[in-house]
Design a protein around this ligand. Structure first.
Ligand code: ADP
Ligand code: ZN
Ligand code: ZN
Length: 723
């Protein structure tokens, strides 16, 4: 009888022992189903201890060990163990988050939906040479001929991809065995001098862990640098892990990567995949059959036995930090993992996070620069529109309106970019001052004119728009502030001949909607775009030459010390959308603070000056990256209960706080009420990471031992982004 130690996804910082008749060392790292309480849970075997503290009579046998799939390797268990320690989360919960649901349940994985390599047959070559009428199958043959061989998934992603089945049936293409995954597809551009220098720098250092920060302006060809580095890793027989911040960005990149490496097995991993596909991709990575794993933050946990390179695109992006459950930063874990595995890691961004930037300044990361755009276009011209003495029409200045009109005349596209943090279109009553508040949150309900609803963007609460003020009965209640829908409506009135297209979370709810919007924009089937954050990220729109920024000032004076950094990043990114092809771009920023240093740096495209100034301020104020923080948050139906718990946590902290640790007061969160719960937070801070970590470990043990009311919940956030 063997004792089996299992990590289970339960909010308890402990492991659980069971017995098994046949478990051996080879089962460590395998998924397992075990009885738990009155039901069953699944977890991962993390050890086979010789003894246990559990009484023999209470030890239960495991129900099922999943042996169809290779076990999770030892280095993977070390990785999730690190994440559990660093974020002070139970190991079982980290494992549950890292594993796809199907695998986690220890289901059989219906593996090997084959993704064979396809090549032209003799018949196919004959068809191509026969001078038939152009058709989609023929277009496919031509692509395949140019590429050499191609995975079926890559062929399907082509414009003529739906003809794959047809071509197979006609015997024009057939599966073949083995090919070099590093074999490049068509169209390798010649690297610019800066790109070449970056590639040479990374490949020039001895193999092993080196962290790099690739700081390249938008359009400078960072992706091309990633692809060249990936090619080197593939040539060496290694796997590449490539992280992107948003699911929405994966299709574009996926087809670019698959097009470049047609013979490589490129696997995507993100939370929007169907369960089966996610399990399959994960198992392919685990068994070393995936050559490139491309995915969002959760893919940082993909097991990769042949790992040779980690790439983190848009490393500054906040979506690398999980905001619920185990609050890990995929970027930071990527760095740790690269060190663990002794491989290079390249973080890339046009606007690096101040944390990473400071690492370069201190010599911990090595810097790489791309200062010029890859295709000979100038960076956009950035201008400020001083709106202090101006009459705005629904928030649009005359200068912005005439710039849009000029683009319309030339058949070019404009984007009106709305920083929504500043402008919430709520309903208000001008006579009594009533505003549409969410009954469950301390947020306002947002007006959605299209379907005439009032919605809470935090809890999802959804009501009709009232015809009169619920307090004073005034019939003239009006939307206050500017949302995308209102600007869209006004633009349509101002430019009746233009096609106005709104791009935000409401118009692109699903991936399919988002892709069809992107396709519409790219095909030139829109003249004026109105968009939020979504528009800022990584897409090329060749006809877009003007970006007008509305409502940015609110972030200059926000309470969160990271707000200016985010604003600068966002405006650099959105500005980068303008003039990407062969048309020069222009960015117009409407502001009441035209002399603010942030805008001055933007006008000069001077990230270095912005970062230097912002880092000086952070140093003086004692904010990260010069200090290290952890945030304890608590929520309960009554604010008092949350505050009391935190006050108690504060006393415990003060009793055990080492030198150099600061414990602040508990305060209600800015958005205090969320979905009928009141929330408060308590910040602890230290000048050294080690001091903070050592303290938090002990503090968490004390907190876990506290009895708290059933309605109270609390969590810890290490390196919080929202403070
Ligand atoms: P970034 O990720 O830095 O914003 P991209 O990698 O998307 O930039 O490159 C911007 C554009 O320049 C793309 O259309 C890309 O195909 C093109 N490009 C990149 N490198 C080169 C090069 N060396 N020669 C020609 N075109 C290039
Ligand atoms: Zn009223
Ligand atoms: Zn709400």
């Amino acid at each position: 009888m063997q004792i089996v130690r299992v990590a289970l996804p339960v909010p308890l910082a402990q492991l659980f022992d069971y017995t098994s008749d046949d478990a051996t060392e080879r089962d460590i790292g395998r998924c397992v189903r075990v009885p738990f309480g009155r039901g069953e849970k699944s977890g991962v075997i993390v050890g086979l201890p010789a003894t246990t503290e559990v009484e023999p009579a209470r030890l239960k046998p495991v129900r099922h060990v999943q042996r169809e799939v290779a076990p999770l390797p030892a280095d993977w268990l070390v990785l999730v163990g690190f994440a559990a320690r660093y974020y002070h989360a139970p190991l079982g919960e980290v494992i549950a988050l890292a594993l796809p649901p199907g695998l986690r349940r220890a289901d059989a994985v219906s593996d090997r939906e084959a993704d064979p390599l396809l090549d032209l047959t003799d018949e196919g070559r004959a068809a191509l040479a026969s001078g038939r009428r152009p058709s989609r199958p023929l277009a496919l043959l031509r692509e395949l001929h140019a590429a050499g061989v191609m995975r079926r998934s890559a062929a399907r992603a082509l414009r003529c991809g739906e003809s794959v089945g047809d071509a197979l049936r006609r015997g024009w293409v057939a599966p073949v065995n083995g090919a070099d995954p590093a074999a490049a597809g068509a169209g390798l551009p010649e690297l610019t001098a800066e790109q070449r220098a970056a590639v040479d720098a990374v490949t020039g250092v001895p193999a092993g862990f080196t962290p790099w920060l690739l700081h390249g302006v938008t359009g400078s060809g960072k992706t091309e640098v990633y692809l060249r580095l990936a090619a080197r890793a593939l040539e060496a027989g290694r796997q590449v892990l490539m992280l992107v911040p948003e699911i929405a960005l994966t299709p574009q990149l996926e087809s670019r990567v698959a097009g470049r490496f047609p013979a490589a097995n490129v696997v995507s991993l993100h939370s929007a995949l169907a369960e089966g596909a996610r399990s399959r991709g994960f198992v392919q990575a685990l068994e070393g059959r995936a050559d490139i794993v491309l995915g969002t933050r959760l893919s940082v946990f993909a097991p990769l036995p042949r790992l040779g390179l980690i790439l983190v695109d848009e490393e500054h992006d906040a979506s690398y930090k999980q905001q619920e459950g185990v609050r890990y930063s995929a970027r930071d874990i990527a760095i740790w993992r690269a060190r663990q595995r002794g491989v290079p890691v390249v973080l890339g961004s046009a606007t690096p996070s101040l944390e990473s930037w400071q690492h370069v300044r201190e010599g911990r990361y090595r810097g790489l620069r791309l200062t010029a755009r890859a295709i000979a276009t100038a960076l956009p011209v950035v201008r400020r529109i001083d709106t202090r003495r101006m009459r705005l029409d629904e928030g649009l200045s005359p200068a912005l309106q005439s710039a849009i009109a000029a683009r319309l005349d030339r058949g070019e596209q404009s984007l009106v970019f709305l920083n929504r943090r500043g402008y919430a279109p709520v309903l208000s009553c001008p006579s009594c001052g009533w505003v549409s508040q969410c009954p469950h949150c301390s947020a306002n309900l947002v007006v959605h004119l299209a379907d005439r609803r009032l919605r809470c963007h935090h809890c999802g609460c959804d009501n009709g728009i009232p015809h009169a003020c619920p307090v004073c009965g005034n019939q003239d209640v009006q939307p206050f502030g500017r949302g995308t829908q209102r600007i869209e409506a006004r633009l349509a009135e101002l430019f009746p001949a233009a096609r106005v297209l709104r791009v935000d979370r409401d118009s692109a709810r699903t991936r399919a909607q988002w892709e069809s919007l992107l396709a519409r924009i790219a095909s030139g089937d829109a003249d004026i775009l109105v968009g939020t954050q979504m528009m800022a990220k990584g897409h090329d729109f060749p006809k877009l030459t003007l970006v007008g920024v509305v409502g940015a000032d609110a972030s200059l004076h926000a309470a969160d010390f990271r707000a200016p950094e985010r604003l600068f990043q966002q405006l650099m990114q959105v500005g980068g959308r303008a003039g990407r092809a062969h048309l020069p771009g222009e960015v117009l920023i409407q502001t009441e603070y035209p002399d603010h240093p942030l805008y001055r740096c933007l006008v000069r495209h001077d990230f270095d000056a912005f970062a230097a100034g912002a880092l000086d301020e952070r140093r003086q104020a004692g904010f990260p990256p010069f200090t290290f923080q952890a945030m304890l948050r608590a929520d309960a139906p009554a604010l008092d209960d949350a505050m009391k718990f935190l006050a108690h946590a504060k006393r415990l902290a003060q009793d055990s706080a080492p030198e150099g640790l600061r414990v602040f007061d508990a305060v209600p969160m800015r958005l205090t009420r969320l979905a009928r719960r009141e929330r408060a937070q308590l910040l602890v801070e230290a000048d050294a990471r080690g001091v903070l970590q050592a303290f938090v470990g002990g503090w968490m043990r004390m907190l876990r031992a506290q009895r708290v009311g059933r309605e109270l919940r609390w969590q810890l956030d290490v390196d919080p982004l929202d403070v």
